[in-house]
Design a binder for this molecule. Sequence first.
Ligand SMILES: O=c1ccn([C@@H]2O[C@H](COP(=O)(O)OP(=O)(O)O)[C@@H](O)[C@H]2O)c(=O)[nH]1
Length: 418
Amino acid sequence: MDYKAKTVAGLLAATCVFSIIALILSVVNVKDVFLPPSTKYGLVFDAGSTHTALYIYRWPADKENGTGIVSQVEACTAPGEGISSYADNPAEAGASLKPCLDKAMKIIPAEQQRDTPTYLGATAGMRLLREQNSTKAEQVFAEVSKAIGKYPVDFRGAQILTGNEEGSFGWITINYLLETLVKYSFAEKWEHPRDTEVLGALDLGGASTQITFQPGVTTEDNSTSTFFRLYGSNYSLYTHSYLCYGQTQALKMLLADLHKGNSSSQEISHPCYPMGYQENVTMSALYNSPCVRAPSTPSPAQVLTVIGTGDPAACSTAIRKLFNFTCGANRTCGFNGVYQPPVRGQFFAFAGFYYTFHFLNLTSQQSFSDVNSTIQTFCNKSWAEVTQKQLQLHHTQWLVMVHQRTSSQKNANMNDPD
Ligand SMILES: O=c1ccn([C@@H]2O[C@H](COP(=O)(O)OP(=O)(O)O)[C@@H](O)[C@H]2O)c(=O)[nH]1
């Protein structure tokens, strides 16, 4: 696969959370195919914490064993950041959706637009905004609903997904795409693949991260269990979403921790940034999230200077402090005392995991030792060697590594052929 194709695949991977509808078979140009009258369209806005995307789907009206086989027609990335970033200017959240809605109207035949079910699902960015200021979250939702409502579609509503929904939908998406749930056979029929194990899902978002898998034991904590019947088979899953442990929010927690370690200083020495790197950040920008607790004497306008020290070992130590590995009353846990049954089978990591590993050329099932040595080499580069574009990934890679190891537990076989 060339670089462009991999980028497109990555963008698709990042949208996995809305997969009940996003069951992708192939990407086709709708103008080139004959559409029987029974073909239906659907629109799904994936309102992520860092960006919003619109997916256009179509499917034959009949179902396979009670579940639809759906194809993605088109994907459109909305300009700007995620809708939660418009908390102080909610009308802009609505406006940001228009270019993609216009595109959808050009694809869906006019006579079918009013029958096109349209949903907007928001993830942890909006969960955090709701926690911080429910009125602002409602205003953002009112504006996006108003914007969608102006188009001649069957708008079924905007909602914030629960962490369990986000985790489960990601699990369904990857297993659908990997054909472990249903497969098109040589007999030209959709069949349940025999002797094929489903894969666990690891989803690293911007504001939260999810782990979902089919455990080998009964789940002890009902709040982490979920049940699906798909294509005639039953699936009992374990799922948990760690709010604040997505890349953006975890890095905020890390920076706040480093600041608190020496709060009298206006400088923050950051071991995860390369030597020679420097940036200014205001206190209000650093402490603007429920994931970080603001100091008792806040001074929002104060400017802090972040200075990279390029120290991978210290970076790893600082990141580990964000995780509490004590299980408490639970016999087995992921981290922060959250119950997690022993992991089972292979895992598939996507979204933020994919972007980072793709950047480091580590998406060909390299061994853990290769992954570690590549990361070590990259972490030891100076700022002069790291371009601005690379920086975003540079300061997330440690998080990815630690998180991958902890949430999937050390014996998971994810992408590790050894
Ligand atoms: O082209 C992209 C798109 C997304 N991401 C990262 O992928 C993660 C998932 O983004 P999303 O907005 O979907 O976050 P969520 O809503 O799942 O928290 C975030 O850390 C993004 O920074 C990325 O690195 N490159």
